[in-house]
Design a protein around this ligand. Sequence first.
Ligand SMILES: Cc1ncc(COP(=O)(O)O)c(C=O)c1O
Length: 324
Amino acid sequence: MAAVEPSAAQKATTGKMALGEVAYFRGSFVPLAEASVSLATHALNYGTGCFEGIRAYWNGDHRQLYVVKLAQHYERLVRSCRVLRIDPGLTVESMVEVTLELLRRNGFRQDAYIRPLAFKGGLTLKLALTGVEDAFGIYCLPMGEYLDTGRGLHACVSSWFRLDDNALPPRAKVTGAYINASLASDEAQINGFDEAIMLTPDGHVAEGSSCNLFMVRDGVVITSPLTDGILEGITREVILGLARDLGYPVLERSIDRTELYVCDELFFCGTGVQVAPVTRVDHRPVNDGLPGPVTIRIQQAYFDAVRGREPRYRDWLTPVYPCG
Ligand SMILES: Cc1ncc(COP(=O)(O)O)c(C=O)c1O
């Protein structure tokens, strides 16, 4: 792992992110520079968009790029769109096909990240969802690690609460909701932490600013339930399955803040962060302050699966190129 390579999060904040040249926008493949919107766009003014983050992994031995859980991401996009009354204008099957074609047109032969966006593209001041024109686009970029997955991260409990379902539902991956995530993540980074852990307004552990959270206690792999202010993470679901397959008991239950300080192991998971051990919380070491054995096993199994090295999980992956 190249330690000197800045993370995608750092590149994004310094504006040095290299983007794929071709985008898909309003029904056509276009140069990325042409995939732009008016200043008067509803989604730009009010945050009325739904998005996804999807990863593709390059396997040099197979000469193949594998997209992870592609249809599942678009199924979630459709569910998010239902909350915001957005019609992306394409079926899940069509979005899958367009994504594969977009990756081929960009010619990626390296790890990549795909960002589909369905949004209120109408030019109106109207504070409404119904009757506002919808738009859909996708761009992509080469991307390695977002957060460091090797050294163990230092997380803080954020002073910002996770959004409440009755205010701005975290279940839907809505662009405007990422103000909440950005406030927490910015605060964490400025204070010298790698990532924030957000609590629900009633004080339970929800998730990281852009990832779900797992804790290990007495050999049990535990994560917050879907009703504790979290995004219904696709990686979370995958990790629950992997942990079961590895023989660990799993549990979805509410987590108290102080369990973060007394648990045996802690790790973040998500498409962007992948599986990243958390070794300190609020300046307290998690157990002995090193990535734990359960986390390491799960992380290894995850990387083997997403890179296409584990035949058992090959059905998670969609190959981009015709003959691998
Ligand atoms: C707030 C939040 N929680 C959790 C996740 C992890 O979700 P997934 O595993 O589907 O990428 C993400 C990333 O998409 C996120 O933004």
